[in-house]
Every structure is written in structure tokens, then in C-alpha cells.
Write a protein that binds this ligand. Structure first.
Ligand SMILES: [Zn+2]
Length: 419
């Protein structure tokens, strides 16, 4: 299991970074990747500390607001980086970190993270969420070897980034419940200890929401720790399952649509937060079903078969449909025996399913928490059209071959929008 050492959050983060690089990579030149904002926030200080320690630093500073973790963003960092071996230092939040993570990984070079905002849980993870050929998914990559965060930098980050961090963390509530559904109904690999850690990290945010809203040192420290812990859960499990469920699939589809349109995008965590409210509402809807309802709904849905799914994918994904269909074969070409087993488990163990459904709080609580930190709570707040909001909610579950509340609702024929 890879380890990240140290994960340092403290006032002398830049000096610690320089000392770490001197100790661990004394001979490698350093390629520091930032955008203009994150360079001003922490890149300049990092470069100075490294230069003061006698290191050769080449800064790759990306300009413009429209930077995404996609082919273009990857190519920009790759072509601007000096040729040859280097230690990559990513100074930024999600996008810069994920691009640098991936570029360094593919070059076979080490990478260190200097987070500039408590906005996302990906700092400590190994996977890189990238949009490639229009499809967003997590690509195999590498975790940073070490992390150095200055709390003063995180504190100065725009409030919307902190609110996005809260949104990403609240998503763990539905992600954890989805994971348990996957383990019970679809036989997915599950690790109870990791699931509890991920859920506990989300609870820390809920319990500290007033401090986070005030941007106090304590509040931002707890949020950062929670985001780090969520990323470590992904790292320890080996994939994003502990931290990503239906709420992430919905947000990914929204994001893919936004990238096709071009222009500025809402922050990842902002989209996840709004999607979490919708998924919490879906959980409430599913809780209303009795075992008798489930039996009846399954009989009705059996008549339709999986042809309806293929038609939905083709309508929603257009030219990407063949890729989505191929990667969703486990569900679309489910053998009759497996489908029968799934149906009987659903009926026989409906109490156990209900217990999982009950672990997700009412949507109003998520909404209140997001409002408390000034985050968006509706798809309109995110600037999404009704059509895009609907498409993400109804068809996001086809993006991954994972079992979620959305998948359960689709199987029962009760996945509808608006809810
Ligand atoms: Zn996320």
C-alpha cells in the first residue's frame, strides 16, 4: 500500500517542503506547476524556499481561467515542462494537482503536493479524475509522495472553494450508503473499516460546520483533515469507491456537458454538494417502499428488460454511447441467474436494504449545511439548464459499473426527475 509521508499541515510548510526535497531528492531539478492564482498564493513562496535551499526550480505557470483536467490541460503542462528528469511539485487545488499527478506519473517522475485550498478530497488519492474524449472517470495514476499545506494559504482561499470542499465531503454520506448497497446487492468488494473512516470524516465536517463557515483556523483545519482522510480512504482501498457514489456520477455528467459547451465550470465540490441533496431525496423516496411495493415494481420492470437502458444511454451519451455501453456490460448483459439472484436478495433482505437507506439523512439537512457555508444548493445555482440537471440525475449511473441508489431506483423503475 503506498504511503504519503509526511502529510504536513503547518505554518512552516514551505521550509518543510524545501527540507524534504533536499533530503529525499537532492539531485533532481524541480518542476513547479501552478496557475497564476495559486502561484501568487503559494507557488512563489514554495519556489523561493526551494531556491534558497540551492535548488534549480523551473515554474510552469498556467494562465487563463479555463483550465481543466482534460487532454488539453495535460498537454499544456507536458509541453511546458522541461525535458528530462524532475521532481514535480503541484501548487494548487484539484485541477492543478490532478494534471500534475497524471503527467508526472506518465513520465515516471515523483510528485509532491502543495494544496492551496480545502476544496477537494483528491490530494491524497492515487487516481486522477480526468475528462478524456469527453468522458470523465478516474484514471490510474499516483499519489503524491508528500504533502505540505500552509493553513494561512488555505485560509485565504476564496470562500467558494471552502464551500466546495464541504460539498465534496457531504457527498461521502451518500457514497458510503451506495457502497453498502453495492456490497449487499451486487457483491462489490467492501471494507467496513474504510467505509466507517470515510463516513466519520464527513461527520467531522457536519459537526464543525459553524467553525468552517467562520473560516476559523480550527474549522479549516478540520475540513482539510477530513478531505485528506477521504483521499486516504481511496488510496487504502485502491479505488475511488469509498468516496464516490451516485452523487459523483451525476456531477460528472453535468461536468462533461459543461466542458462540451466550453466556458467556466462550477467547482467539482459545488456540483457534488447539489447532487448529494438530490440523491438524499432519492434515498427518502426509496425508504417509502415496502417489500410488497418492491415485489410489484420488480415484476413490472422485468417486462421491460435492459433494452430500455441501452436506449437511454444512446439518447443521453450520443457519440460516447458505444464506450459507455461496452463498459456497462455487467449490468446491460446481466445473466438471467444473476438478475434472479438480485431480485430475490432485494425482496428477501429488504429490511437490510432499508437499514442502509436509513443511514442517509434528509435532504434538508444537507441543504442547510451547504447554505451555512454559502455553497450552492440547487441546479439553478450551478447555472445548469433543466435538461442538463435532469440528464445527469437520470443517466449519471451509467458512467460507472457500480451499484448505487440511482441504480436501485432504475431497477425498480422509480428513477424520475424532478423527484
Ligand atoms: Zn469528489
Amino acid at each position: 500500500m503506498p504511503t504519503i509521508d509526511p502529510i504536513y499541515i503547518g505554518d512552516d510548510a514551505f521550509q518543510r517542503l524545501a527540507a524534504y526535497c533536499a533530503d529525499s531528492f537532492p539531485d533532481l531539478p524541480i518542476t513547479l506547476v501552478a496557475d497564476t492564482r495559486t502561484f501568487a498564493a503559494a507557488g512563489d513562496n514554495s519556489a523561493r524556499a526551494l531556491a534558497a535551499a540551492g535548488r534549480a526550480v523551473r515554474s510552469v505557470i498556467l494562465r487563463g481561467d479555463n483550465l481543466h483536467a482534460d487532454e488539453y490541460g495535460i498537454a499544456r503542462v507536458l509541453t511546458a515542462s522541461p525535458y528530462g528528469e524532475a521532481l514535480f511539485v503541484a501548487v494548487g487545488s484539484g485541477t492543478i494537482t490532478d494534471i500534475t499527478r497524471y503527467v508526472s506519473f506518465r513520465l515516471g517522475m515523483p510528485f509532491v503536493s502543495v494544496p492551496t485550498a480545502a476544496s477537494v478530497d483528491g490530494y491524497t488519492s492515487a487516481g486522477a479524475p480526468l475528462v478524456i474524449e469527453g468522458i470523465k472517470r478516474t484514471h490510474y495514476s499516483q499519489p503524491p509522495l508528500a504533502i505540505f499545506a500552509d493553513p494561512a494559504v488555505v485560509k485565504r482561499a476564496p470562500a467558494e472553494l471552502t464551500a466546495a470542499g464541504v460539498g465534496d465531503m457531504l457527498g461521502k454520506i451518500t457514497a458510503a450508503a451506495d457502497w453498502r448497497l453495492g456490497a449487499l446487492l451486487w457483491g462489490e468488494a467492501y471494507d467496513e473499516a474504510i467505509a466507517l473512516r470515510s463516513r466519520a470524516a464527513a461527520q467531522t465536517c457536519i459537526d464543525s460546520i459553524d467553525e468552517i463557515a467562520q473560516h476559523s483556523d480550527v474549522g479549516l483545519g478540520r475540513l482539510m483533515q477530513a478531505l485528506v482522510e477521504s483521499g486516504l480512504c481511496m488510496l487504502d482501498f485502491g479505488e475511488s469507491r469509498p468516496a464516490s457514489g451516485a452523487e459523483h456520477h451525476i456531477s460528472h455528467l453535468w461536468e462533461m456537458g459543461g466542458l462540451q459547451d466550453g466556458g467556466p465550470q462550477p467547482l467539482h465540490g459545488a456540483q457534488v454538494g447539489v447532487a448529494t441533496i438530490l440523491v438524499a431525496r432519492l434515498y427518502a423516496r426509496l425508504r417509502e417502499l415496502t417489500r410488497g411495493d418492491v415485489r410489484r415494481l420488480l415484476e413490472e420492470a422485468a417486462a421491460e428488460g435492459r433494452a430500455g437502458d441501452v436506449a437511454e444511454i444512446e439518447a443521453a451519451y450520443g457519440s460516447m454511447a458505444p464506450t459507455i455501453i461496452a463498459e456497462h456490460a455487467g449490468f446491460l448483459e446481466m445473466p438471467a441467474e444473476r438478475e434472479a439472484a438480485l431480485r430475490s436478495t432485494l425482496i428477501e433482505r429488504w429490511e437490510d436494504v432499508q437499514a442502509i437507506l436509513s443511514s442517509v439523512p434528509e435532504a434538508e439537512l444537507i441543504e442547510r449545511l451547504l447554505r451555512r457555508v454559502g455553497g450552492p444548493t440547487t441546479t439553478a445555482d450551478l447555472g445548469l439548464s433543466q435538461a442538463r440537471a435532469r440528464s445527469g440525475f437520470l443517466y449519471g449511473h451509467y458512467l460507472r459499473e457500480r451499484f448505487t441508489a440511482a441504480k436501485l431506483a432504475r431497477l425498480l423503475g422509480v428513477l424520475r426527475y424532478p423527484l
